[in-house]
Design a protein. Structure first.
Length: 229
């Protein structure tokens, strides 16, 4: 699903966000990316989503070369990816229900089915009483849950999540990760960038640790991560 070979990303004038990164993520894997702020976690996800291009090296996602991919190719790839951004990127003039259902609207799913699926996810997120609200009226944690539901509803091949539980308590964080685990069990590849070391240890999935743009650890069991940071 994902392969990076000797990937570096330099932001002008000379800020190195990633340095010589090698990484393989197989179809159906669940991967945590851990590391302090500024370690390169968000940049790595942006390369996978096509929001940024590597300065050097090769990035392959779903067989596509993200270094040479066309704008049309990126648009096609993104239909297979669910993304949870740190800034949520909700549509301000659409209700919570419509924000979640929007991905299925783009795919041409009929209105009854997309509303049904959106309601199921919003119930799982504890937002059933907020379906007619607009993003501006939501708390940060509520917006975060809407963004996660929107990413999950399309049943993508790949989910990229950047700090998906940063504004949530432990109980809601666990509920979110349970949904990600359900998607993973159904064959979806999941990549999560997070500071939540307690959740990494609790879920005990593969994790890599970034430090100043370099991978300094690749652990099959999350119990090893805490000591690496």
């Amino acid at each position: 699903m994902i392969r990076l070979h000797n990937v570096s990303k330099i932001y002008p004038p000379d800020q190195a966000a990633l340095k010589g990164v090698d990484l393989k993520v197989a179809d159906g894997d669940f991967l945590f990316i851990a590391g302090a702020s500024g370690a390169g976690k968000s940049t790595l996800l942006k390369l996978l989503f096509g929001a940024q291009r590597a300065s050097s090296g090769e990035v392959l996602v779903g067989g596509r070369n993200m270094t040479t991919i066309t704008r049309e190719g990126i648009a096609s790839l993104r239909r297979e990816i669910g993304v949870v951004f740190q800034d949520f990127k909700l549509l301000p003039r659409r209700t919570v229900l419509d924000n979640v259902a929007y991905g299925l609207e783009v795919l041409g799913v009929n209105i009854r089915e997309r509303r049904r699926l959106a309601l199921l996810l919003l119930h799982a997120m504890g937002l059933e009483d907020r379906i007619d609200a607009y993003p501006v009226t939501l708390s940060g944690g509520e917006q975060q849950r809407v963004a996660i539901a929107r990413a999950l509803i399309r049943k993508p091949k790949l989910i990229l999540a950047d700090e998906p539980t940063g504004n949530l308590d432990h109980e809601m964080s666990r509920r979110v990760f349970d949904l990600l685990l359900e998607a993973n069990a159904a064959g979806v590849t999941v990549v999560v960038a997070t500071h939540n070391l307690a959740m990494i240890e609790e879920l005990n999935r593969r994790s890599i640790v970034l430090d100043r743009g370099k991978i300094i650890g690749d652990f099959s069991k999350a119990s090893s991560v805490g000591g690496a940071l």
